[in-house]
Design a protein. Structure first.
Length: 268
C-alpha cells in the first residue's frame, strides 16, 4: 500500500461522505433538532423535579441542562454512527460497497477510512449543538471546546465501529432498520447520558450495573470530563478498548473469506 494511493483513497471516501451528507438535508436538520428538542423540552421538564448533587467533573450544583448536554452530544454521535451504518447496508445492496472493498487496498484500511470519514463529517454538527446549548446557560470553559475534540473523535470512532459491526451482520436494509431501534434506545437510556449512576441505583441496582458496564456511558463520561478540562482515564481506556474490539470484529465480518459474508456467498 503506497502512501499516495492511501491518501487518495481516504480523500475520495471523505469527499463522498461529505457530498452524501450535504445532499441529505433532512438528515442534517434532524441531527441538530433532535438534541435541541431534548434540551428545550425534556431537560426543562426535569429541572424542577430532578435534583443533582455535586457530581464529578462538576465542582458545584449544576442545572440539569448542564448535566445532560454531554449525553446529548454523545447521542448525536450514536445516531450519526447508526445512520452511516445504514448507508453501508444500502451501499452493499446497491453493489457500491462491493466495488469499494475490491479496491487494491487492505480491507481494514478501506473500512477505517470509511469510519474516519463518517466521524469527520459528523463532528461539525456536534460543535454546532454545543454552541447553541450556550443559550441554555451551558457554558463550559472556552478551552473545553478544544479539549473535548479528541474525546469526540475517539467516542465517534468507537460508536462508528460498533455500527460497522452491526451492519456487517445485517443482511437487508429492512432488518437493519429494526436493529437500529433495538440497539440505539437501550444503549442511550441505559447509560449515564440522562442520569448519574447514583440516580439509576435508586431506581434499581441492576439498571445501575448495566449503565456502568455500558460502553456508551464511558463515551458520555469521557466527553463530559474533557469538556470541563478534566480527564477520566478509565472511560478513555474503555472507549479505546471497545473501539479496537468492535473494529476488528467488523473487519472480520466484512471479510468474504472468514466473516459472515462467506456464509452468504459474498453477496454485495
Amino acid at each position: 500500500m503506497r502512501k499516495r494511493h492511501a491518501v487518495r483513497a481516504l480523500t475520495g471516501i471523505l469527499r463522498r461522505e461529505m457530498l452524501r451528507t450535504l445532499r441529505q438535508r433532512g438528515r442534517l436538520l434532524s441531527a441538530i433538532i433532535r438534541p435541541l428538542v431534548w434540551l428545550a423540552i425534556f431537560a426543562a421538564g426535569f429541572r424542577s423535579v430532578l435534583g443533582l448533587s455535586i457530581t464529578p467533573p462538576y465542582q458545584t450544583y449544576v442545572l440539569y441542562e448542564v448535566y445532560v448536554v454531554p449525553g446529548l452530544a454523545a447521542m448525536m454521535l450514536l445516531f450519526h454512527a447508526m445512520a452511516s451504518s445504514l448507508a453501508m447496508v444500502h451501499d452493499r445492496e446497491m453493489g457500491s460497497m462491493r466495488l469499494l472493498l475490491t479496491a487494491p487496498l487492505p480491507r481494514w484500511y478501506l473500512l477505517a477510512a470509511r469510519l474516519l470519514a463518517s466521524v469527520i463529517v459528523g463532528l461539525p454538527l456536534v460543535y454546532l449543538f454545543l454552541l447553541i446549548a450556550r443559550h441554555w446557560d451551558v457554558r463550559p470553559p472556552v478551552l473545553g471546546y478544544l479539549a473535548v475534540f479528541p474525546a469526540l473523535v475517539l467516542s465517534g470512532l468507537m460508536l462508528g465501529a460498533f455500527g460497522l459491526l452491526v451492519s456487517s451482520i445485517s443482511t437487508q436494509m429492512e432488518n437493519f432498520a429494526g436493529v437500529m431501534n433495538f440497539v440505539i434506545f437501550p444503549t442511550f437510556f441505559a447509560s449515564t447520558a440522562l442520569y448519574p449512576i447514583w440516580r439509576l441505583a435508586e431506581a434499581g441496582p441492576v439498571l445501575a450495573m448495566i449503565a456502568a458496564w455500558n460502553p456508551f456511558s464511558s463515551a458520555v463520561e469521557l466527553i463530559r470530563f474533557t469538556l470541563y478540562l478534566r480527564f477520566d482515564p478509565v472511560s478513555a481506556l474503555v472507549v479505546l478498548a471497545c473501539f479496537v474490539v468492535f473494529f476488528l470484529a467488523a473487519v472480520v465480518g466484512y471479510d468474504p473469506g472468514r466473516g459472515l459474508w462467506s456464509r452468504r456467498g459474498g453477496d454485495g
